[in-house]
Ligand binder design. Structure first.
Ligand SMILES: [Zn+2]
Length: 268
């Protein structure tokens, strides 16, 4: 079988705790979970199309944009990476219609275990998708707030106690703090908040989400494949977690990092 198209982040489904993945390539929806154990060849076609406007671009900016879109598209605005700086609640944004749907909607602040323990935020409607994209093993909700800006303020405050980055190496090698008590960490987090932020706390919500990823074998000392340096990645697919594909030979591919890259996928 052979597929061709521009890479875009994989979509996921949850059945109980079990995560499964599919990858859209042109008209095909490729079931990636079914590819486990099969020999795959991904070949970069030396062409990048912007994920926003579709135009060809020599270089990818901000994981898939051409330079003009990177500087104008709301999906690439500062508030995506720095939510505390979101100004949509003041009526300031690259595109207010987009911000109405993305920034001015209820958000969740959460703790997740994905390699290490981290604090993060996401739109309410992106739960649990966002956690799966990050490869979280477990997650608990802390607060529900009315918009992205307030979520960012809470997150920034909690970054004094918790990290906010996923350690990809620990995540893909399954080194996940097995003993950590998420409800206890939640209590610690909420106790630290000043009253004006504490008003958004979800005190009664003790639900801990668990995720189990399709993995036959975990990498031990992985390195990341880079299509800019090597056109081909090949080997048996050993597992998937977050947006990473694990290949035999300790190679992993962060699919999202190469959004917009045109590739061919062959399955033996
Ligand atoms: Zn573009």
């Amino acid at each position: 079988m052979q597929y061709q198209g521009n890479l875009i982040k994989m979509s996921s489904k949850l059945d109980g705790d079990n995560v499964s993945y599919s990858l859209r390539l042109d008209e095909d929806e490729v079931d990636m979970t079914q590819m486990l154990g099969k020999s795959l060849t991904l070949t970069y076609q030396n062409k990048i199309n912007c994920i926003k406007c579709g135009k060809e671009t020599k270089k990818s900016f901000g994981q898939g944009f051409c330079y003009p879109c990177f500087t104008t598209a709301p999906e690439a605005s500062e508030c995506v990476l720095r939510p505390d700086r979101c100004k949509a609640h003041l009526g300031i944004s690259r595109d207010m219609a987009w911000s109405e749907d993305h920034c001015l909607k209820p958000h969740i602040v959460y703790l997740a275990v994905s390699g290490g323990l981290k604090v993060g935020i996401t739109r309410l409607s992106q739960v649990p998708t966002r956690w799966i994209d990050q490869g979280a093993e477990r997650a608990i909700r802390l607060c529900q707030v009315p918009n992205r800006h307030i979520a960012g303020v809470v997150e920034k405050f909690l970054m004094k106690l918790f990290g906010d980055k996923t350690n990809w190496k620990k995540m893909v090698t399954n080194e996940d703090l097995p003993g950590i008590d998420l409800p206890a960490e939640k209590e610690k987090a909420l106790d630290s908040l000043p009253p004006e932020l504490r008003q958004y706390a979800l005190f009664d919500d003790q639900e801990v989400f668990d995720f189990s990823y399709p993995v036959n074998q975990w990498p031990v000392n992985p390195s990341q494949h880079n299509f800019d340096k090597e056109m081909v990645i090949q080997g048996k697919l050993q597992g998937i977690r977050g947006q990473y594909l694990f290949f035999e030979g300790e190679k992993v591919l962060n699919v999202r990092r190469f959004s917009g890259y045109k590739i061919q996928l062959s399955v033996d």
